[in-house]
Design a protein around this ligand. Structure first.
Ligand code: AMP
Ligand code: MG
Length: 309
């Protein structure tokens, strides 16, 4: 069985094809590069301009199933993506199912790390959630305002870095020293926007950018370590899996790995090439759900939460 996955929820248009033993046969992506922050309509226009060209370059013979990432995400991108996928399914005369984008980040981590039932820390542009499976995915804690990736990108813009700012912040942060920033954990939930505002204020006041970026990382990653440690204790899980674009950050990995070592928990990180948005994770999740006979309608759902699948 060959499955095509289509990712089109935000900045990346991705096409991935896998077979039923999870071999990756095709993995193509195009990422929209905004001058400032992501403008949803512009991102959708970018996807529209690239989708057919990308599709024509691929050999899509023998596709048995199509999966489309139908939420959560930016409505203009989702509208285009779902239409595009449905038209393709009609043309190829193949079944199509909707895939939850967050579930896809998790499944690709589980499959490629070989871990079955971990506690999951999912951090991408728009999301930050601590998730575990108990007869369906449950959210134990999450950001109450912005996703950590978006906070990185906003802070990056403030110091003149282009999207995605995360990797450049990571490298500048290595040269900084710690200055105090607010720390905000509420039970199992997190807040990043207050820290972000204070970090931007410190930049405006002329603090060294390396120091602010370093401290921003240290505070946010400590908050995540606190919440994950409590989640491991509460669920009695023995494994922590990191997924989503932000988890490529080596300092984040170091902090969470240390916490896991102290607790005797095993630590896993999704392979770098599948951390950010991609079509492979959508194909893989479509296949898993198909095998379990979960046939989800491909309907645009911008606020689709993983705990409502
Ligand atoms: P995603 O939405 O899952 O594709 O992840 C994209 C987000 O990951 C963007 O906000 C990036 O700035 C962020 N990101 C990528 N690499 C890093 C990194 N090394 N450190 C922090 N954030 C990162
Ligand atoms: Mg994502």
């Amino acid at each position: 069985m060959r499955v095509l996955g289509i990712e089109c929820t935000a900045h990346t248009f991705g096409l991935g094809v896998i077979d039923d033993t999870y071999n990756v046969l095709i993995d193509e992506r195009q990422t929209y590069q905004p001058k400032e922050g992501i403008v949803p309509r512009e991102a959708a226009k970018f996807h529209k301009e690239n989708a057919n060209r990308l599709l024509e370059e691929l050999d899509l013979d023998n596709i048995d199933l199509i999966g489309i990432s139908s939420g959560p995400g930016l409505p203009p991108c989702l509208n285009f993506g779902v239409d595009f996928a449905k038209n393709l399914a009609k043309k190829l005369d193949r079944p199509i199912i909707g895939v939850n984008h967050c579930q896809a980040h998790i499944e690709v981590g589980k499959v490629f790390c070989g871990v079955e039932d971990p506690l999951v820390l999912y951090i991408s542009g728009g999301n930050t959630q601590i998730i575990y499976n108990n007869r369906g995915y449950k959210i134990l804690g999450e950001t109450q305002d912005i996703g950590l990736g978006n906070a990185f990108d906003k802070l990056g813009r403030k110091v003149g870095l282009k999207f995605p700012a995360g990797p450049k912040i990571e490298s500048l942060a290595k040269k900084g020293k710690f200055i105090l920033l607010p720390y905000s954990v509420k039970g199992m939930d997190l807040n990043f926007s207050g820290i972000l505002t204070e970090a931007m204020r410190k930049i405006e006041k002329g603090e060294k950018k390396e120091d602010v970026l370093h401290s921003f990382q240290e505070v946010c990653f400590s908050m995540l370590a606190e919440v994950c440690e409590r989640a491991l204790a509460a669920t009695d899980k023995k494994e922590l899996l990191l997924v989503g674009g932000v988890v490529q950050n080596q300092r984040l990995q170091e902090v969470l790995r240390r916490m896991c070592e102290d607790r005797g928990a095993n630590f896993y990180v999704v392979p770098k090439e599948y951390a950010g948005d991609n079509g492979v994770m959508i194909a893989l999740t479509a296949l898993i759900n198909w095998k379990e006979e979960k046939r989800i309608e491909p309907k645009v759902n911008p606020n689709w939460r993983i705990d409502s699948i």
